[in-house]
Design a protein around this ligand. Structure first.
Ligand SMILES: Cc1cc2nc3c(=O)[nH]c(=O)nc-3n(C[C@H](O)[C@H](O)[C@H](O)COP(=O)(O)O)c2cc1C
Ligand code: SF4
Ligand code: SF4
Length: 459
């Protein structure tokens, strides 16, 4: 059986599945139960400055019947007394010596405030400190959270205050509410961070209720921006992780990155690991389904690793990173076309409409007799009983540009596949082509001449 154990910036854990600093890690009793289910670690709900949380603080995004595809929260950090949190952290670490217990902290941007909280955290016996530079609401207005994370100089200075006084590993948790995540990462590294984690929540206004005309969540008739998280943010988190782990400065520093944002299953986690995360954290999925999801995560990841022949996590960490390219390095000559499996097709015509209205008009509807027909609703031939008489979509492959829209709208899994086909064009990247013929980048005449030479026709 695969070895799932993790050694992350000096912090050890039996597996890479850690609960993120958030409501699932609010108290010792909760983390105790979570550890009983098998979580490898937990980042305690952020402690530090005194706060008062408000009532009605979450809004959910449902799409097509799927609840909590994302959550938006206007919650602050822990509102439990500091001494209670600290006592419970110490108890949990004593009871669970093999699990990663990390304390998230946020205080005023001053060396004294950081010194005080860091000393208290060290006394608990915790394995590490995570600096919360992410909260986009409430705390940022007080000069903490995203207000620090969004200004590289502040990020470096605050990190330095902490790393210069503690013996514990310091993880800097980055905010995604920036243009260049690498600027924040460089600042944290310059401040002495031992590891990075990302992403914290994204600024958002979830919705406006069309019955009440209130912003959701409505807090006594008022609404404010909140932090967005959950399955819907996964692609943004994966991109930011990739940006960090392909960045020379970050790579040179050797600091590991803990990934989070939208992880629901072992598959999501495996994607983060393949893009280089040293461990992962989970919040919304645990809030949605409970702590037990980790049991499937552990089983799923270790079975998959066994199938793939990965004995331990370092065998797979970052395996997908070498594929990461710039657009300019992609092969302009690569060609794929959509191919429809007629045996799976339920003749819903969604692909036809999508291609016809918003792609390249290269799907024909062909009636059972082989005649090309137009779409339309015919009450005599529509419906289940006469499905055999409905027209079937057929791709005119020479006209297909391989945009993959049809494959994305098709409701039947595996019905439309994007198939790689031999290309008549030369295999060249944009960078190579424009290095050879720079005029192509600035003159339409030169571009058209190149297309003619290559036999490229775009309608
Ligand atoms: C309700 C809620 C409260 C959160 N509170 C904190 C917090 O106190 N400290 C912190 O660093 N992150 C906090 N987060 C952010 C999470 O730790 C995590 O970064 C984010 O939710 C992305 O992960 P996910 O998509 O698995 O939820 C909170 C998130 C949510 C949804
Ligand atoms: S891949 Fe794009 S262009 Fe080709 S058939 Fe599908 S929608 Fe049309
Ligand atoms: S979208 Fe898929 S199922 Fe619907 S007609 Fe096209 S190929 Fe068939």
């Amino acid at each position: 059986m695969a070895d799932l154990s993790v050694h992350f910036a000096g912090i050890r854990a039996p597996n890479p599945f850690w609960l993120a600093s958030a409501p699932p890690t609010n108290s010792g009793a909760q983390i105790h139960r979570a550890f009983e289910h098998g979580w490898g670690g937990a980042v305690w709900k952020t402690i530090g400055a005194p706060v008062l949380n408000i009532s009605n603080r979450y809004a959910g995004l449902s799409v097509g019947g799927q609840r909590l595809l994302a959550i938006n929260n206007v919650e602050l950090i822990s509102d439990r007394p500091l001494d209670v949190n600290l006592r419970e952290i110490a108890e949990i670490k004593r009871l669970w010596p093999d699990r990663a217990v990390i304390v998230s902290a946020m205080v005023d941007a001053s060396p004294e405030a950081w010194r005080e909280i860091v000393m208290m955290i060290e006394d608990t016996g915790a394995d590490g400190i995570e600096l919360n530079y992410g909260c986009p609401q409430g705390m940022s207005e007080r000069g903490m959270g995203a207000a620090v994370g969004q200004v590289p100089e502040m990020c470096e200075l605050n990190t330095h205050w902490v790393t210069s006084i503690t013996r514990l590993p310091v993880i800097v948790k980055l905010t995604p509410n920036v243009t260049h995540i690498t600027d924040s990462a460089h600042a944290a590294i310059a401040g002495g961070a031992h590891a990075l984690s990302l992403i914290n929540t994204i600024n958002s206004v979830m919705s406006v209720d069309l019955d009440t005309l209130q912003i959701t969540p409505s807090i006594g008739g008022r609404g404010t921006h909140g932090g967005y998280a959950g399955p819907a943010v996964k692609p943004i988190a994966l991109n930011m992780l990739t940006e960090l782990l392909t960045d020379e400065g970050v790579l040179r520093s050797g600091v590991p990155v803990c990934g989070m944002g939208g992880i629901q299953t072992w598959r999501d986690a495996a994607e983060f690991l393949l893009l280089g995360a040293g461990a992962v954290q989970v919040c919304t999925a645990a809030m949605h389904h409970g702590y037990r999801i980790v049991e499937d995560m552990i089983d799923g990841l270790s079975n998959w690793m066994d199938d793939k022949g990965f004995a331990a996590l370092p065998d797979l960490t970052g395996r997908a990173l070498p594929q990461v390219s710039t657009f300019g390095q992609l092969d302009l000559g690569y060609q794929a076309v959509a191919r429809i499996d007629p045996d799976r097709c339920i003749q819903c015509n969604l692909c036809y409409v999508a291609c016809n209205d918003t792609a390249h008009q290269c799907i024909d509807l062909v009636a059972p007799g082989g005649v090309r027909v137009n779409p339309g609703y015919d009450p005599r031939v529509n419906g289940r009983a006469v499905a055999d008489t409905r027209p079937t979509p057929v791709v005119r492959e020479p006209d297909c540009v391989g945009c993959a829209l049809c494959a994305n709208v098709c409701p039947v899994d595996g019905c439309i596949e994007m198939v790689s086909v031999p290309s008549t064009q030369e295999h060249v990247s944009w960078d190579q082509l424009t290095a050879r013929r720079p005029e192509i980048a600035s003159s339409w005449e030169a571009m058209m001449a190149y297309r003619k030479e290559q036999g490229i026709e775009i309608h």
